[in-house]
Design a protein around this ligand. Structure first.
Ligand code: ADP
Ligand code: CA
Ligand code: CA
Ligand code: CA
Length: 424
């Protein structure tokens, strides 16, 4: 028997990123929050939509976490389970499968997240795939020397660009491969191999979509800069991206076909691509979740009016999505532009001051300033990833306005550092 209101377990959502909580409240969906281990949530100060906190060590002890979910479900059944946190996607898929709830299926979740399987499946389906080589153990990199350089070396199961590094020549490859294995050992939970693939030049795009019973509604296509490496920090995101109609059509075709190739039929997705030579879309990856811990919801909502997070929660609970725009209109009609500016670290050491954020927060175009680093925090130089100082989410009449605004932000925001000293 169902509870009067749908209940969805939400795994490892940062409470400082508010959109999924606000959407749940508006949609009348109750959330059981599994808090991030580094972000305890007090039961008397619950985020909107949250009716219960259920601490579980999903990454450290998945078997115990699954057993606890099973116990919770048999005493008081919930309707679904979901996450916006990429590393937890396979766990959530397994849990849904075991409990008989809607989900991706563990096999699909792993194929999506494992860049070896993902590349193979896309290639088998005839999609655009750069030359690539899989490295199964440290030391061996000879097989990759036959690729066209530059290449990009990355963990097969990575996320947040951790360890993703460009190698410009076969002579540099061995050292870069060693460095990426090193980052994997120190930063990633589980590392099973590396992928070396040809560097895709051209603009980077992010595509927000919602799939339902195999139909993929492409909501927005956004511009993510043109990163050149050697490391790939996140930078800007502005949607809708200004694209020639035939390029836009090619992007939509590639993204829709990738869903089919990977078996992702239901739920929100965040696809990253690069336009090789400025024209031909090549997938970087397809995340079977809302992107950017909710940033993708913000972008889709402001560009299209769709409540992506609410629909994602409905799908997780086995309900039909509400606000799907015309599925024949791909991407959905844009009513404005939205953007995310990720404040660059611009240095390393102990932060002594962040200038400009208060001024930016007061700008009527700005809806959220999400500050993640503060005075006193230590920023280590790349490739040792510390996190991003802040996100600035804003809406604009057009993408051109967003671009101008981002140029202003680059001048307005400054971070001062002192030497980190003995802090390490
Ligand atoms: P992660 O899962 O860690 O996010 P990605 O494969 O998405 O790994 O790579 C992170 C970033 O590195 C991408 O957003 C892109 O900017 C860059 N990148 C990765 N692979 C390539 C490639 N083959 N060519 C060009 N840039 C790449
Ligand atoms: Ca990823
Ligand atoms: Ca990525
Ligand atoms: Ca990225």
């Amino acid at each position: 028997a169902h509870a009067p209101r749908p209940t969805v377990v939400l795994v490892y959502q940062r409470t400082s990123l508010p959109w999924v909580f606000d959407s749940a409240r508006k949609a009348g969906i109750d959330l059981v929050l599994v808090p991030r281990p580094d972000e305890p949530v007090s039961p008397d100060r619950l985020p909107p939509g949250v009716v219960e906190v259920l601490p579980l060590d999903v990454e450290g002890d998945p078997a115990a976490a699954l057993a606890a979910l099973r116990a919770r479900h048999s005493s008081r059944p919930f309707d679904g389970i979901t996450t916006l946190y990429d590393p937890a996607v396979p766990f959530v898929a397994d849990a849904a499968e075991v409990l008989g709830l809607p989900g991706l299926g563990g096999g699909t979740a792993r194929a999506v997240q494992d860049k070896r399987l993902m590349r193979r499946r896309l290639a088998e389906a005839g999609l655009n795939v750069p030359g690539f080589v899989v490295l199964d153990e440290p030391g061996a990199s000879a097989a990759a020397a036959r690729l066209d350089f530059p290449v990009v070396v990355k963990p097969a199961n990575g996320f947040s660009s951790l360890g993703v590094t460009k190698a410009d020549s076969p002579e540099r490859l061995g050292a870069v491969v060693d460095e990426v294995w090193q980052v994997c050992r120190s930063k990633l939970h589980q590392v099973t191999g590396l992928v070396v693939e040809e560097f895709l030049d051209g603009p980077e795009l992010a595509v927000e979509s919602l799939a339902h019973r195999g139909t993929v509604q492409v909501l927005t296509i956004g511009y993510k800069g043109e990163p050149v490496g050697p490391h790939f920090e996140e930078g800007v995101y502005r949607a809708p991206a200004p694209l020639a109609p035939q390029v836009q059509d090619a992007v939509v075709r590639e993204v829709v076909a990738a869903h089919a190739a990977l078996g992702v039929t239901d739920g929100p997705t965040h696809t990253e691509l690069r336009l090789r030579g400025g024209e031909r879309p090549y997938l970087l990856e397809l995340g079977a979740r809302i992107g950017g811990s909710g940033v993708s919801h913000y972008i889709a909502e402001h560009v299209t009016g769709t409540d992506l997070a609410a629909d994602a929660l409905r799908l997780a609970a086995g309900l039909a999505p509400r606000s799907l725009p015309d599925p024949d209109q791909r991407p959905a009609r844009a009513r404005g532009a939205a953007a995310n500016y990720i404040v660059p670290c611009g240095g390393a050491g102990r932060i002594t001051a962040l200038h400009g954020l208060a001024e930016v927060a007061a700008d009527p175009r700005v809806d959220h300033v999400v500050q993640m680093l503060h005075p006193g925090d230590v920023v280590r130089p790349y490739p040792d990833f510390t996190g991003y100082p802040a996100f600035i989410l804003s809406h604009h009449p057009s993408t051109k306005d967003a671009e101008e605004f981002h140029r202003d932000l680059a001048d307005l925001i400054r971070i001062d550092y002192a030497p980190a000293g003995d802090a390490q």
